[in-house]
Design a protein around this ligand. Sequence first.
Ligand SMILES: [Zn+2]
Length: 260
Amino acid sequence: MNLYFNTSLANGYHSPSQRIRLLTEDWVYNNMFCPRCGNKKLEQLSNNKPVADFICPHCSNQYELKSKAGEFGKKIADGAYSTMISRITSNTNPDFFFLNYCPDIQKVYSFIIVPRHFIIPSIIEKRKPLSAHAQRAGWTSCNIILSEIPIQGRIFVINHEIEKSKKSIIDKLNFTRTFEANDIETRGWLFDILNCVNLISSNEFNLEEIYRFETFLSIKHPENYNIQPKIRQQLQLLRDKGYIEFLGGGRYKKTILCKE
Ligand SMILES: [Zn+2]
């Protein structure tokens, strides 16, 4: 992959957001393959398509591109909250590409894929509506909270300018497809517990260590009064999906899917 943008394309464009849209889309078009089926090229959809920016001509999967200057940080600002929620809960929701670039040298720094089944309403943060004095008073936008997506759902194509192999990217994405079978609510719980497992630094852990997240989980799920049984149920599901192994006696071991 050539990490540099073709800056000559943006000559004549003065709006910074227009320039960066042009350069990042061109970069994806020229460098990115389909991480679902491995097809060498993606096609650009016309700008008036509301749902996605790219489509794979082979498997028809759609992708939406979000770009940010500097480091990704915890969240990425996006458009209207209500549009986002209806899009990610629809049947035609796209996978997301997050592109992070160095504004000074016009070069891709990091690039990640987040498969669509990881984009659930709980990672979309509603921002304050615009004030009554604003031009679009009452308009409410959103942030995508990247840090709440389990690391397994943030698949690096380029990490700090280092490219990952195409095969490892496709394999990683395919492993996560086991979550597609679960509804949004179940996925929410599974991702919360997977995030807790990821936060435990050792490779093996016991039930007591995961119960330490009980308060955090009960704040996030105030409707649930039986957090501990819920945790155990989710651990079983994560075991069935191959993310952890049960060692017996309330002990668990992370599998290779829990390593970067
Ligand atoms: Zn494809």
